[in-house]
Design a protein around this ligand. Sequence first.
Ligand code: GUN
Length: 297
Amino acid sequence: MSAKLIDGKKVEQITMDLLKKDVENWVESGNRRPFLKVVQVGTDPASSTYIGAKTKACNKVGIQTDTTHLPDTVSAKELKAAIRSFNEDDKIDGILVQLPLPSHLSSHDVIESIDHRKDVDGFHPMNVGRLTVDQPTFPSCTPAGIFELFRYYSIPVKSKHAVVVGASNIVGSPMAIMLSRENSSGKATTTICHKFTRDLTTHTISADILVVAAGQPNLIKPEMVKEGAVVIDVGINRIADETSEKGYKLVGDCDFEGIRKKASWITPVPGGVGPMTVAMLMKNTLLAAKKSIYFEN
Ligand code: GUN
């Protein structure tokens, strides 16, 4: 078998075009243009790159945005005071604090200080909790993007055995919740594996859908994958590559060339899951502006 390629760039473009129309309709109906506030603490170059991509996406779909830069010496009190002012600002629909934060700051504490009605990352315990009890919420963007890919390619999920490798708060854990619950289009029998899992292959080999978000290049090898499985590789790892101008190349967590001979569908890295994450952030920001999830009485 040779796997069909899941083209995240193509689906991102289609999704962004639809979102642009939705934003324009919203504005033409007399509403204020949605606004996303981004907060960057420090000057981590990877964070700056991610924020650059988010700003560009906002410009594409017609969402207003700006980034507040705070020094990496900022205290928790100062950061939370800034977030409080954004919570109270009616012109701000979505708030995103770029992670990771410097080690003296607790990301849990900072995320909880964001008004959950503006938490477009879907990281606030209120939104994670609502996801868990199958209530409307801001879903975490990467898992939501993966579900858009399933929908676009008509990949069935219901009643399949889905195995998620990696249990992070950003990807693995919300992905497993969405796969397993009823309302979030999942309805799959779901196994979640993590760094304490013994004999990973026992689990991965029985997966109809294998989602890998472990941050470890070459973790998943062909012999760990069932013939005909759908393989979603969320990993983005930089590995040294002298032939490349940058001196590195991006690879996922899976042995792509080996696994594509066995799988039915596979995401490439780059160009698979990655592009969808930012598109889902745009979708959540529009939902926040429309107050589609939390109604104001
Ligand atoms: N750092 C890595 N991924 C993310 C993300 O999706 N949102 C935020 N806020 N920070 C991140």
